[in-house]
Design a binder for this molecule. Structure first.
Ligand SMILES: O=C[C@H](O)COP(=O)(O)O
Length: 253
């Protein structure tokens, strides 16, 4: 039985002051919802302040990216142990990083291995663009991202990672996939190839989230699907009421 998870990806939003305010608003209600694993991923600049507020709260804290090297002359980058001091999770390979910052399956794989080696749990994002979807390439693209981005894991790590299926055309557009559409991709193009890599036990153990225009009004449609274990939420994670609607919807999963 996989425990549902809802993670908020704040993207490039919120100053430290704004982040502290939102966490203080969220904390009582988030803490009350123990049926769901709850995670927030603020921008790097707010990570320390948020992690201090979340200490011993039962709410997970994560970064939105990391670099695979341990230290050195990599201006602007953040090392795995710097994140591990402040949180337990890290989002890797978000489509915005693939699109705007040149992330590839190869860099995703290096980051996943680096995160796992220091004990962080990666939330690895995969998903096809609108053009890829419309030209019938969803299977090819998503299975390639799984094969190349997630290779080389140990058996224990293979059972621990989290994958987020985020069709790029659904991110921030208000145009969510349907529950059955997302479930089919997750079952056939994510869990199935993952089972071929790491076995059925791992493929059934890992949590796969859906992401892309999730809101309170459509969350239940995704959470009612057998292969969807929760959501990676962007826009709707920036306001207490919006985020809590989604977290509470996951509790009945
Ligand atoms: O990481 C979150 C996803 O990109 C979804 O963003 P969104 O909920 O604003 O569509």
């Amino acid at each position: 039985m996989r425990k549902p998870m809802v993670a908020g990806n704040w993207k490039m939003n919120k100053t430290v002051a704004d982040a502290v305010k939102l966490i203080n608003e969220l904390l009582p209600e988030l803490q009350a919802q123990t049926a769901v694993d709850r995670v927030v991923c603020p921008p790097f600049t707010a990570l320390y302040s948020v992690s201090e507020l979340l200490k011993n709260s039962g709410i997970g804290c994560g970064a939105q990216d990391l670099f695979w090297e341990a230290k050195g002359a990599f201006t602007g980058e953040i090392a795995p142990d710097m994140i591990a001091e402040l949180g337990e999770y890290v989002i890797i390979g978000h489509s915005e990083r693939r699109t705007y910052f040149g992330e590839t399956d190869e860099s995703v794989n290096k980051k996943v291995l680096a995160a796992l080696s220091i004990g962080l749990t990666p939330i690895v994002c995969v998903g096809e663009t609108l053009a890829e979807n419309q030209s019938g390439q969803t299977e090819t693209v998503v299975t390639r991202q799984i094969h190349n981005g997630l290779k080389g894991l140990s058996t224990a790590d293979a059972e621990k990672i989290i994958i987020a299926y985020e069709p790029v055309w659904a991110i921030g557009t208000g145009l969510a996939a349907t529950g059955p559409q997302a479930n089919q991709v997750i079952a056939d193009y994510i869990r199935k190839p993952y089972a071929a890599m790491y076995g059925d036990v791992a493929a059934q153990a890992i949590r796969v989230l859906y992401g892309g225009s999730v809101k309170g009004s459509n969350a239940a449609e995704f959470f009612g699907q057998p292969d969807i274990d929760g959501a990676l939420v962007g826009g709707a994670s920036l306001k207490k009421t919006d985020f809590m609607e989604i977290v509470n919807a996951a509790a009945v999963l």
